[in-house]
Design a protein around this ligand. Structure first.
Ligand SMILES: [Zn+2]
Length: 340
């Protein structure tokens, strides 16, 4: 984990154990996760002030919570584990740890958490307190992500990147105890950090690994994956990447048929029922789904639905770069990583 990578300002919440259930979040914690730390302060101030002010503040919170949707725009930046003491807000010599550490071996793939532009590619990203090779990506809407202690860069400064694209390799550059990714989320301005675990959870991503959550209204490559898998499951859908009413109704029927809650969210309960274990020789829409998911991670395959040697090589390369068992077979663990 990091020995430093701290901000002098205390985080807007008390750090909690990563295993704490999401429903146990305090409102303040939730707000911080949504990048609304300042709003939380306003809310506390308005306690005891006029009811109109409080109602106005509550409405603003509601609107911002809606904006942080599980809409398929975000992706897990790296697979690994959370080292003890590597959480957001952990003490660092009188200051507080500015991100979440994700441990894995040097060379593990690091992916862009969302589409954007590389605005920093330098030691510590030019931010105070940080060390090691770092990238900063601007995502628009005053949201930024920071990737620290990299062993190699795979994108240029000012490059445009897509969600899930490989941008770097994990490493141990700078003031660290071992190889890991130091990952930060900034909301409001570059330098205003928020808890990355909560920030990504609000956007349907389980940082470091876990099935994604895709809600009605989502769009993008992961929705195309869902549509191809649904077609293979006997609910034919147009693979247009838009999770609209027709696709949502089909997923709800699929969920009902599997005895799942028919809420239309493709998450940890639905994904395992939807994916297929695939190996070389397979053919069809489930293979199109796999090829689409691999392309989101940079494979550049023709989405032809034929699992031949080229697809096998792509699966194995992805598995190897992400420290999974590199057997060239797409089972649930590989699917979870690819769509996370
Ligand atoms: Zn760190």
């Amino acid at each position: 984990m990091c020995r430093s990578c701290a901000t002098t300002t205390a985080p807007a919440e008390t750090p909690v154990d990563a295993k704490s259930p999401a429903h146990g979040l305090s409102r303040r914690g939730l707000l911080a996760g949504l990048g609304l730390g300042a709003l939380a302060v306003n809310l506390s101030l308005s306690t005891g002030a006029s009811t109109a002010e409080a109602a106005e503040a509550a409405e603003a919170v509601e609107a911002a919570a809606t904006a942080a949707a599980k809409n398929g725009a975000w992706a897990n930046p790296a697979l690994g584990r959370f080292p003890a003491g590597g959480h957001y807000g952990a003490p660092r010599g009188g200051a507080s740890h500015a991100g979440q550490d994700i441990s894995n071996s040097t060379g593990t793939a690091v992916h862009a958490a969302a589409a954007g532009t590389v605005v920093r590619r330098s030691w510590g990203g030019g931010l105070p307190g940080r060390t090691g090779n770092a990238l900063v990506i601007a995502h628009g809407g005053n949201q930024y992500t920071y990737y620290g202690h990299l062993s190699a860069y795979r994108v240029a400064l000012n490059a445009r990147v897509t969600a899930g694209q490989r941008i770097a390799d994990m490493g141990a550059t700078g003031n660290v105890t071992g190889p890991h990714l130091h990952f930060e989320t900034h909301s409001g301005s570059l330098g205003t950090t928020v808890n990355p675990v909560r920030f990504l959870a609000a956007r349907g991503v389980d940082l470091a690994g876990g099935w994604s959550r895709i809600d009605p209204g989502a769009s993008g490559a992961t929705v195309v994956v869902i549509q191809h898998l649904m077609t293979r499951r006997g609910h034919a859908l147009v693979a247009d990447g838009r999770y609209g009413s027709v696709s949502v109704a089909a997923v709800k029927r699929f969920q009902s048929s599997k005895g799942l809650v028919a809420d239309g969210q493709v998450g940890p309960a639905t994904w395992p029922a939807l994916v297929y274990t695939l190996r070389q020789g397979a053919g069809g829409d489930h293979v199109r789904a796999l090829q689409t998911a691999l392309n989101k991670r940079g494979a550049r395959l023709a989405v032809d639905g034929a699992f031949g040697s080229v697809t096998t090589t792509a699966v194995r390369a992805y598995q190897s770069a992400n420290r999974l068992v590199a057997d060239g077979e797409a089972g649930p663990v590989t699917w979870r990583a690819l769509t996370g």
